[in-house]
Design a protein around this ligand. Structure first.
Ligand SMILES: Cc1ncc(COP(=O)(O)O)c(C=O)c1O
Length: 400
C-alpha cells in the first residue's frame, strides 16, 4: 500500500461515468433479453455495412497499416476539405487546416488541451453532451458555465443568455448543432447573433457538427464557420460515427484556422501520434464512395422519430418536444416522481427499453430520459407500446 496519494488531481476531479451511469444501467439489464434500442448513440448492428467500406477495411488490413502523419492521411485530409467546401461552404487548406483524430471525442480533447488554461470559462448549453465536454474542461482546470436552454424554445440557445454568461475569463463557446441530447438545431439567425457575441468578446467557437446530416421538419444545418467573419475564430468538430455509422472505427476531425490547428496538432501527436490507418482508409472510402445508401437510412430515422414523438407524446405524463435534428428523442417524464436514473432503470426492467437518464446531460436534464432512435418503424412502435404499458402501472405524482 502506498503511503501517499499519488494520483493527479486532473484525474481525481473527473466524473466516473462507469460507476455513476453505465454500471447501474448494466446491472439493471442483467438477465434481460429482447431489449429494444441501444441506449448509446450509435447505429444498430442490424444495419448492414456497405460492401465498399468492408472492402476498404480488408484492403487496408492486408497492406500492413502504418503510422500516418499526425494530421492524417493526405488523401483523407483532401476529401474532408472538399466535403467542407461542397456541403458546408467552408474553405480550408487540406494540409494545414484539417486534422484527423480518433473520433470526434479525441478532437474535442485535443482542442480543449490546446486552448483551455486553468480558470478559463467555457460556455455550453444545458442540457448538453456532458459525458465528454465536462471531463475535458475539468482536466484542464477550465470552468464550464452552463446556459439553460428552454424546452419551450426547442432547447435552442438564447444569444442574450449567452451574452449574460460572459465574463473576462470566457474563452470558448461550445455549439453542438444539431444537439445531443435535445436535437436542437440552431437557425442561421441565431448563429449570426451568436457570431456577433463571439466577435464582441473575442471568443473561440467550438462547433460540434457531428449530427449535421440528421435534421427534421424542414430544419437545415448551417455551419458557424461558414458565416461571414466566423471562419477564423471557429474550430469545426466532425466525424464519421454518426453520418456513416462508423462509431467503432473512431475517426473524427478538426477543421479550423491554421494558427489554431497547428497547436492542436502538436497535442494530437503527443497523445497518440495519429489515427489508425485502417480506419482512415474506411473513412476515405465513405467520403469518396457512393452516398446513395445514406438517404434511405436518414429517412428511416425521420420516420421512427415521428412515431416516437407522436406515440410517446400521447402517453399521459410524458411531455415531448419534437427534436429539430440528431438521433434522439428527449421526453420529460418527471411527473412520475422518479429521478431520471430511476426512470431509466424502470424502463429497462419493466419495458425492456434501453435509455439514458437525463441527469447524464447536465443539471437541466433531470426529469428527462433520452431515447436513441433506431431507424426502424416497427421498433419505434414497439418502444411506444412497451413504454406506454410500463408507465400506465406507475402513479403520477406531479405535473409536467
Ligand atoms: C455531440 C457529440 N459530439 C461528439 C461525439 C463523439 O463522437 P465520436 O464517436 O466521433 O468520438 C458524440 C457522441 O455521441 C456526440 O454526441
Amino acid at each position: 500500500m502506498m503511503k501517499t496519494e499519488k494520483i493527479a488531481t486532473r484525474a481525481t476531479v473527473l466524473p466516473n461515468w462507469r460507476e455513476e451511469v453505465h454500471a447501474p444501467l448494466a446491472n439493471a439489464a442483467l438477465g434481460l433479453t429482447d431489449v429494444l434500442l441501444t441506449g448509446g448513440g450509435e447505429w444498430s448492428t442490424e444495419i448492414p455495412m456497405p460492401e465498399h467500406l468492408i472492402e476498404a477495411a480488408c484492403q487496408a488490413v492486408r497492406g500492413r497499416p502504418q503510422y500516418t502523419s499526425e494530421y492524417g492521411l493526405s488523401e483523407l485530409q483532401a476529401a474532408i476539405a472538399r466535403k467542407l467546401a461542397d456541403e458546408n461552404g467552408i474553405t480550408v487548406n487540406p494540409t494545414t487546416e484539417v486534422l484527423v483524430t480518433n473520433g470526434a471525442t479525441e478532437a474535442i480533447s485535443c482542442c480543449m488541451l490546446a486552448l483551455v488554461e486553468p480558470g478559463d470559462e467555457i460556455i455550453v448549453g444545458d442540457p448538453y453532451y456532458m459525458a465528454i465536454y465536462k471531463p475535458n474542461a475539468l482536466m484542464n482546470g477550465g470552468h464550464l458555465v452552463t446556459v439553460e436552454n428552454d424546452r419551450e424554445a426547442h432547447f435552442r440557445f438564447d444569444p442574450e443568455r449567452v451574452r449574460a454568461a460572459i465574463t473576462p475569463r470566457t474563452k470558448l463557446l461550445v455549439l453542438t448543432s444539431p444537439d445531443n441530447p435535445t436535437g436542437a438545431c440552431l437557425p442561421r439567425e441565431t448563429l449570426q447573433e451568436l457570431a456577433r457575441v463571439a466577435e464582441e468578446h473575442d471568443l473561440i467557437v467550438l462547433s460540434d457538427e457531428i449530427y449535421e446530416k440528421f435534421v427534421y421538419d424542414g430544419n437545415s444545418h448551417v455551419s458557424m464557420a461558414s458565416l461571414p467573419g466566423c471562419r477564423d475564430r471557429t474550430v469545426v468538430i466532425n466525424g464519421f460515427s454518426k453520418t456513416y455509422g462508423l462509431t467503432g472505427y473512431r475517426v473524427g476531425y478538426v477543421a479550423g484556422p491554421r494558427s489554431l490547428v497547428r497547436e492542436i496538432a502538436k497535442v494530437r501527436s503527443a497523445i497518440s501520434l495519429c489515427a489508425n490507418e485502417v480506419s482512415q482508409r474506411v473513412a476515405l472510402a465513405a467520403l469518396d464512395g457512393p452516398q446513395d445508401w445514406l438517404p434511405p437510412i436518414i429517412d428511416a430515422y425521420a420516420e421512427a422519430r415521428n412515431i416516437l414523438v407522436e406515440g410517446l407524446g400521447a402517453i399521459v405524463g410524458v411531455d415531448i418536444t419534437p427534436p429539430d435534428g440528431a438521433i434522439y428523442v428527449f421526453p420529460h417524464m418527471g411527473s412520475y416522481g422518479l429521478s431520471s436514473m430511476e426512470m431509466s432503470k424502470y424502463l429497462l426492467r419493466r419495458a425492456r427499453v434501453a435509455t439514458r437518464p437525463g441527469s447524464y446531460f447536465g443539471p437541466s436534464g433531470e426529469g428527462y430520459v433520452r431515447f436513441n432512435i433506431a431507424p426502424n418503424a416497427e421498433t419505434a412502435r414497439a418502444v411506444v407500446e412497451r413504454v406506454g404499458e410500463a408507465l400506465s402501472e406507475l402513479k403520477r405524482t406531479g405535473h409536467t
